[in-house]
Design a protein around this ligand. Structure first.
Ligand code: RAT
Ligand code: ZN
Length: 427
């Protein structure tokens, strides 16, 4: 981080070409804290996804694959992972041009490793990824993407993952946990029968000591994983307050745990799960969320810090306005269906205009390690353009910025806002 003296002594940028160049440089090299991913470190064994077969099985590509094939969903899922990857490659990269953002991302990953994006098959790419030492490869990818820290999504209801936590594996210090509470909050009372909760003898109506037992369950997982925040995704119809189990679980279990442990709560709003179950993970969709529910949560819980991202393009402006009203609300990222350059550009410009540097522009949502390269590469280009535009407006208004000030602003958005929000420095 630059000192105040360094910022003050760095040269003022009075020309627009040089200004743009400096912004691109600062944004493309800034170490970023990736605040929401689905990545795991190599020591998490089969949960650590990497390489060409995992990349081509990514659900963003799978959804698009079915746009261009007559193969049935059932027949596709009967294939092995490598066979599915071969099919996706042939259809989307050989027989068609990889125009979509997800497909273009694969091209940029191959390119980054000098692999042929027009190869007739995957032999070369497989040989390359298989030959890599996992730990070295992992370090290399983080450095290529300039990612300093990775926040995982840790589901206490995922048995495979939780067995790993229980086995006491030590974690690479660049990885941080985030406790994901979807199953608990959105699937009550079905959650009672999961392996995670079945021993707790919980009452489906949350009577008796169920609430305090659930609180202890959360306390235990908070102690075990030391999460930076708790998070959950919410359907468009989420309302607050409400007369339902979700509301009680939030009010009586999750929010008190957030308060007591000083943990932020990340709300990911507007997802409709399983719209086409035949597509499995690719079958989710979106809907416009009610941002007034988020505002009421922020108003009713001033001592809790909320992170929020919204899936529908139509909600983005409302989220900016909500953040102007509540300084316990931090908008973050351009999530999933809005993580496309055209929409990231629009959202980032809107946020800069309405919130200045007081938001977190992006997270990767990477599922496979090498996604960090494609997703951050593309996001950084778009964010640099949006930010360059703002500095140019300042220049036209009569305010020159220096290289040091640009680096300070980028660093704030790419790392410091999150660090401060979740108290990462104080840990
Ligand atoms: O964006 C995605 O890749 C989704 O499939 C989900 O993982 C989503 O980000 C989530 O965290 O629920
Ligand atoms: Zn995600």
């Amino acid at each position: 981080m630059l000192t105040e003296n360094q910022i003050a002594s760095s040269e003022m940028l009075a020309g627009s070409t040089e200004l743009r160049r400096q912004v691109r440089m600062a944004v493309s090299t800034a170490p970023v804290i990736d605040i929401h991913t689905h990545l795991f470190p190599p020591e998490f064994d089969s949960l650590f996804l990497h390489g060409i077969d995992d990349l081509l099985n990514y659900h963003y590509l799978v959804a698009e694959f079915f746009r261009s094939t007559n193969l049935s969903h059932a027949a596709f899922w009967k294939l092995s992972k490598t066979e599915r990857a071969d099919r996706v490659w042939r259809l989307m990269f050989i027989e068609n041009t990889p125009l979509s953002e997800a497909a273009c991302g694969i091209v940029s990953i191959l390119q980054a490793f000098d692999l042929d994006p027009k190869s007739p098959d995957l032999a070369e790419a497989r040989a390359f990824f298989n030959s890599r030492d996992l730990h070295e490869h992992f370090d290399r990818v983080l450095s290529m993407a300039s990612v300093s820290d990775v926040v995982m999504t840790n589901d206490p209801f995922n048995e495979r993952e939780m067995n790993l936590w229980n086995s006491g594996k030590s974690l690479d210090p660049r990885f941080h946990a985030a406790l994901r509470l979807d199953r608990l909050v959105n699937e009550w009372p079905d959650a009672i029968d999961t392996a995670a909760l079945s021993a707790l003898q919980l009452d489906p109506n949350l009577c008796g000591s169920s609430i305090s037992r659930l609180r202890r369950f959360l306390d235990d997982w908070i102690e075990r994983t030391a999460p930076l925040y708790m998070g959950l995704s919410l359907p468009p119809e989420f309302s607050f307050p409400a007369e339902n189990f979700r509301d009680r679980l939030l009010r009586e279990v999750v929010l008190p745990a957030a308060r007591d442990h000083g943990l932020s709560l990340a709300l990911m709003m507007g997802v409709r799960r399983g719209v086409n179950p035949a597509l499995k993970a690719a079958g989710d969709s979106l809907g416009r969320a009610d941002i007034t529910a988020l505002e009421r949560m922020c108003a009713a819980n001033p001592e809790v810090r909320f992170l929020a991202t919204v899936l529908s393009r139509e909600n983005q402006h409302e989220l900016c306005v909500a953040a102007r009203k509540f300084n316990n609300l931090m908008p973050f990222g351009c999530w999933w269906f809005v993580n496309n350059p055209s929409i990231v550009s629009e959202i980032t410009r809107e946020r800069l205009e309405m919130l200045g540097p007081s938001f977190i522009p992006q997270h990767s949502d990477a599922v496979v390690l090498e996604h960090l390269i494609s997703k951050w590469g593309q996001s950084r280009r778009v964010i640099a353009d949006a930010l360059g535009e703002r500095y140019e407006s300042l220049l036209q208004a009569g305010y020159t910025v220096s290289e040091g000030e640009i680096v300070r602003d980028v660093n704030r958005m790419f790392a410091e806002n999150f660090r401060d929000w979740v108290g990462l420095n104080a840990r």
